[in-house]
Write a protein that binds this ligand. Structure first.
Ligand code: NAP
Length: 305
């Protein structure tokens, strides 16, 4: 039997509706929620991300500003800018788009953002609260994944969850969130022995690796919830064609456009085994920005309690 597809776009839209309502309630009290998104340099992907974040904020009634600096900006200048934003009482959320140019230490920048304005949830103070299981501004992508799992109506408590990937922005906070919801959690990474056997034990399998179609159908427990965080762009080549040989739709896109976006899961085959599965695109992607908006309104509410 084929898995049910989890519709990230629809779930993100319902979160955005609730954000809009909370923004309106703040505005009734004379409070204008605001986020500033900072970009340094002209990385084309960052340009799109920053523009989309600021645009989505404005769409939901949040003041969304973009601050753009040249690639040669010094670390001192960026830290001074972050300090200025920290001190600006009209701003609730600060997001510095990563990656930053090599002369700037991203860790130092993240640590300079005021924790109560850290809408990415990357500041060590917020990371600490998350791992203590306490309420905090939590990273948006794993936060979105929890919402996607909840949308299936399945309980998380007591389930075996396996997270593949241990990055600070996805894998580790993902594991902390699933643990906080009383799942029994295992984290896999590049040194994990017999990863397929570990993955096959998962009732909930989250793939956040960055390797196209890494998770094959044989790594999935029948009926599992499979969440694909990966976003990998394939260019036309014989290897890409071979990889996509079970997915007629993606293969056709690759041939017509010369490029196609795929996840870390072999969706076409995995859907025959899983109970629930997210597509790429249209699964985790739309949730990340919706959760950023949720964190921004949350930060504004907390600052004006
Ligand atoms: P990352 O920092 O590169 O981390 C990748 C993780 O995968 C690492 O922990 C690495 O293990 C592990 N890994 C790599 N190759 C492996 C292998 N062969 N076997 C087992 N584990 C392996 O990546 P990330 O920032 O977490 O992102 C992961 C993916 O999610 C990327 O495709 C990214 O584009 C996507 N993403 C999507 C969104 C969204 O909004 N949809 C947001 C963020 C990220 P080691 O630690 O041992 O090296």
């Amino acid at each position: 039997m084929s898995a049910c597809t989890i519709d990230g776009k629809a779930i993100a839209a319902s979160i955005e509706t609730s954000v809009r309502r909370r923004v309106d309630a703040l505005k009734c009290r004379g409070i204008q929620p605001a986020i500033t998104v900072v970009r340094v340099g002209d990385d084309p992907a960052s340009e799109i991300y920053v523009r989309n974040k600021a645009r989505k904020a404005r769409e939901l009634g949040i003041a969304g500003d973009e601050l753009i600096f040249p690639a040669g900006l010094t670390e001192e200048a960026l830290l001074a800018e972050v300090a200025r934003l920290n001190g600006d009482a009209t701003i609730d959320g600060i997001l510095v788009q990563l990656p930053l140019p090599p002369q700037i230490n991203a860790t130092r920048v993240i640590e300079t953002i005021a924790p109560d304005k850290d809408v990415d949830g990357f500041h060590p103070f917020n990371v600490g609260l998350l791992h203590l299981g306490r309420a905090t501004l939590a990273p948006c992508t794993p936060g979105g994944v929890v919402r996607l799992i909840d949308s299936t109506g399945e309980t998380i408590e007591g389930k075996r969850a396996v997270v593949i990937g241990r990055s600070d922005i996805v894998g580790k906070p993902m594991a902390a969130m699933l643990l906080a919801r009383n799942a029994t959690v295992t984290i896999c990474h590049s040194r994990t022995r017999d990863l397929p056997a570990v993955a096959r034990e998962a009732d909930i399998l989250v793939a956040a690796i960055g390797r196209p179609l890494f998770v094959s159908a044989s790594m999935i427990k029948p009926g599992a919830i499979v969440i694909d965080v990966g976003m990998n762009r394939l260019e036309r080549s014989s290897e890409s064609e071979a990889l996509l040989n079970a997915d007629g739709g993606k293969l056709a896109q690759l041939r017509s456009r010369g490029t196609v976006l795929v996840g870390d899961v072999d969706f076409a085959r995995a859907r025959e085994i899983a109970g629930w599965i997210t597509p790429v695109p249209g699964g985790v992607g739309p949730m990340t920005i919706a959760m950023l908006m949720l964190n921004t309104v949350e930060a504004a509410e907390r600052r004006h309690q």
